[in-house]
Design a protein around this ligand. Structure first.
Ligand SMILES: Nc1ncnc2c1ncn2[C@@H]1O[C@H](COP(=O)(O)OP(=O)(O)OP(=O)(O)O)[C@@H](O)[C@H]1O
Ligand SMILES: [Mg+2]
Length: 232
């Protein structure tokens, strides 16, 4: 569904991504992991049209979206949950959700409230007063309101207690099964590799490893580099 080939992108004269290849199939959960500054956020921005693609291909449902506008990419079915959540902090939960659905004129909150019932109890609460976990739920729910077939989530677990991370990550299989594939950027590599089917490791702008998440999780070099365990 998403096919990225030899993508090069960056900021001004600084190139960040080098010949990145990555694919996401429909209804799949794919993890993108790597150290701080590796270029994970930059890659999500290039997919969702927030920064220019210098060269290479980004195809989504067989259309070339490299260079397309953010709005047209949303209309094609990609939603981006940004690093730091970026809710409209002075607006209520309901207003945030409705804004997420505005390009499709979707005001039906039932899907996202079924996924995250706590949001249903807090629809009239101002977003800035939500807990960190509730804010992340609201940001994911806002993304889902555009009825995407691909959801990009940047740093789901950032700043959250492990129990809250488990609760939110636990919803991802349901989101994927209902027709929204997930590309998950995560610092918590253990969590990312456990919930995903396939994964990519980005190191200073290049994909250095990819494949089955289960195999990567068991790989001694990945464990030594990212999970703080001694390689045998
Ligand atoms: N707006 C920008 N202008 C110039 N350089 C930038 C900009 N945003 C990011 N960079 C640089 O691009 C590189 C990759 O940054 P990016 O934010 O994509 O990394 P990341 O993998 O998401 O890191 P983190 O895990 O800390 O979120 C870094 O060297 C960063 O300094
Ligand atoms: Mg980042």
């Amino acid at each position: 569904m998403l096919e990225i080939e030899k993508l090069n992108a960056g900021y001004g004269r600084v190139q960040v991504l080098w010949d990145v290849d990555l694919a996401v199939e429909a209804k799949q959960i794919v993890a993108l992991v790597g150290a701080n500054g590796a270029g994970k956020t930059t890659l999500l921005r290039a997919i969702s049209g927030m920064i220019a693609v210098r060269s290479g291909g980004v195809k989504f449902r067989d259309r070339d979206i490299a260079g397309a506008s953010i709005e047209s990419i949303v209309d094609l079915g990609i939603a981006h949950v940004p690093e730091g959540r970026r809710l409209f902090s002075g607006l209520t939960v309901r207003e945030n959700l409705v804004l997420g659905g505005w390009r499709r004129n979707n005001r039906d909150l039932s899907r996202v409230v079924a996924l995250f019932p706590v949001l249903g109890q807090r629809l009239n609460q101002v977003a800035s007063t939500l807990s960190g976990g509730e804010q992340q739920m609201c940001a994911i729910a806002r993304g889902l309101m555009s009825e995407p077939s691909l959801l990009l989530i940047d740093e789901l677990s950032l700043g959250l207690a492990p129990i809250m991370v488990d609760e939110i990550v636990g919803r991802l299989p349901e989101i994927a099964a209902s027709g929204t594939a997930v590309l998950l950027v995560e610092q918590d590599i253990d969590t990312a590799l456990t919930v995903s089917e396939t994964a990519y490791v980005l190191e200073t702008g290049r994909i250095t490893r990819s494949g089955s998440s289960r195999e990567l999780l068991a790989d001694a070099t990945i464990q030594a580099a990212y999970l703080g365990l001694e390689s045998q």
